[in-house]
Ligand binder design. Structure first.
Ligand code: ADP
Ligand code: TRP
Length: 324
C-alpha cells in the first residue's frame, strides 16, 4: 500500500498536525511504502516573506526527522524540489470544473475571513491533486479538514481517466475519527492560521502559558465537569490509552476536580512526551548539512516516481507530438 501525505511549512507544527497527520504517517512506516513531503508551493498562497518560508521549511524537515521519520524507509522531500507536480497541475486543471473549486470550504472560509483571494488559493486543490496523483498515492492520512480536498482529487483523477484513458490511481482519504479535529486552546480547530495552537516544539514557558490558557467552562469545583465539547478533556485524551481515558473521564465526572490542576498535569505530560524528540531536534538543527542532504536525496527518489506518472499523463493528453 502506498501511503502519501504532505503538510504546509507555513508556521510551527502543532498538536493538530501531529495527531492528525504526522504521527499517523510515522507509525505506518514499518509496514507500508510511505511518501511524505513539505508543501512549500502551497505555503506560497499565504506566506510572502522569503526568510520566514526558508526557516519554516527547514524547521519542518527537522520536526519530522526528530519525530522519527526514517529517510531510509520513507521517501521524504520538499515539494518544490520535484517541480514535475506543477506541470501535472496544468494538465489536471483542464479536467477540473470551476464549480468544483468554488465549492471548496477551505477557499470559501478564507474568502469569508476577508483574505484577498488570489488564483493560487483558488487552484490550491488542483496542486494538491497533482501531489497525490504524481506519486500514485493510494491512501492519504489527513485531518478531517482535508476530506473535501481529497474528494476533489478523486473527482479530478476519475475525470482525467475517463477523458484520456486509465492513468491515475484513485486515492482514498484516511481520517481517524477520534483525532479528526484536534481543538485549539479556544475550542476552534487548532490551526497555524488561527493563532490557537499548542506547538510541538515550543520552549517550556510558552508551552506552559499555552496550556494554562486553554479555555474552560465555569462549572463550580464541587460539581461534575462536562465531557462533551470540553477542550481540556479532549486535548488530554490525545495522550492516553483507553484505560487512561476511562480514568480521566471518571475524574471529570467526580465533583472536586479543578481545571487548573488538570492543566498543570497536561503541561507536564506534553513536555515529557516530546522530551526525547526535542533532544533529537536540537541535534538536527545544528547539522544543517545532514538535513539538506537528506531532503535532496529524498527529492531524487520522489522525482523518479513523479517522472513515470507525468510522462504517462503527457502522452495521454498528446504532448508527445514527436512520437507519432
Ligand atoms: P494548519 O491548519 O495548521 O495550517 P495544515 O493545513 O498545514 O494545518 O494541515 C496539515 C495536516 O495536519 C493536515 O493533514 C491536516 O488535516 C492536519 N491538521 C491540521 N490541523 C488539525 C487539527 N486541528 N486536527 C486534526 N488534524 C489537523
Ligand atoms: N492541503 C493540505 C493541508 O493543508 C496539504 C497538502 C498538500 C496535502 N498536498 C497534499 C495533503 C497531498 C495530503 C496530500 O493540510
Amino acid at each position: 500500500m502506498r501511503i502519501l501525505s504532505g503538510i504546509q511549512p507555513s508556521g510551527n507544527l502543532h498538536l493538530g498536525n501531529y495527531f492528525g497527520m504526522m504521527k499517523r504517517m510515522i507509525d505506518q512506516q514499518e509496514n507500508h511504502e510511505l511518501f511524505c513531503f513539505l508543501v512549500n508551493y502551497h505555503a506560497l498562497t499565504s506566506v510572502f516573506d522569503r526568510e520566514y518560508l526558508r526557516k519554516q521549511t527547514f524547521g519542518a524537515a527537522c520536526d519530522f526527522l526528530a519525530l522519527g521519520l526514517d529517510p531510509d524507509k520513507t521517501v521524504f522531500w520538499i515539494q518544490s524540489d520535484v517541480p514535475e507536480v506543477t506541470e501535472l497541475t496544468w494538465l489536471l486543471s483542464n479536467v477540473t470544473g470551476v464549480g468544483l473549486l468554488e465549492r471548496c470550504h477551505a477557499y470559501k472560509d478564507k474568502v469569508a475571513k476577508g483574505i484577498a483571494a488570489n488564483f493560487g488559493l483558488f487552484s490550491y486543490p488542483v496542486l494538491m491533486a497533482a501531489d497525490i496523483l504524481c506519486f500514485g498515492g493510494e491512501r492519504v492520512p489527513v485531518g478531517k479538514d482535508q476530506k473535501q480536498h481529497l474528494e476533489v482529487t478523486r473527482d479530478i483523477a476519475i475525470r482525467f481517466n475517463q477523458t484520456y484513458g486509465e492513468t491515475f490511481v484513485i486515492p482514498e482519504a484516511d481520517i481517524e475519527e477520534n483525532v479528526a479535529v484536534v481543538p485549539g486552546i479556544d475550542g476552534e480547530k487548532m490551526s497555524k492560521s488561527y493563532g490557537n495552537t499548542i506547538e510541538i516544539f515550543s520552549d517550556e514557558q510558552t508551552l506552559r502559558n499555552k496550556v494554562m490558557s486553554i479555555k474552560t467552562d465555569s462549572t463550580p469545583v464541587d460539581e461534575p465537569k462536562p465531557i462533551e465539547g470540553n477542550i481540556l478533556y479532549e486535548l488530554y485524551s490525545l495522550f492516553l490509552d483507553d484505560k487512561g481515558k476511562a480514568e480521566l473521564r471518571e475524574r471529570f465526572l467526580t465533583p472536586g476536580l479543578r481545571y487548573g490542576d488538570v492543566k498543570k498535569e497536561l503541561f507536564a505530560i506534553i513536555w515529557e512526551y516530546f522530551a526525547p524528540y526535542r533532544k533529537e531536534r536540537e541535534k538536527l538543527e545544528a547539522d544543517r548539512g545532514y538535513v539538506i542532504d537528506t531532503m535532496k536525496k529524498g527529492a531524487e527518489k520522489a522525482r523518479n516516481v513523479a517522472r513515470i506518472y507525468l510522462d504517462k499523463a503527457r502522452s495521454q493528453v498528446g504532448l508527445d507530438y514527436w512520437d507519432q
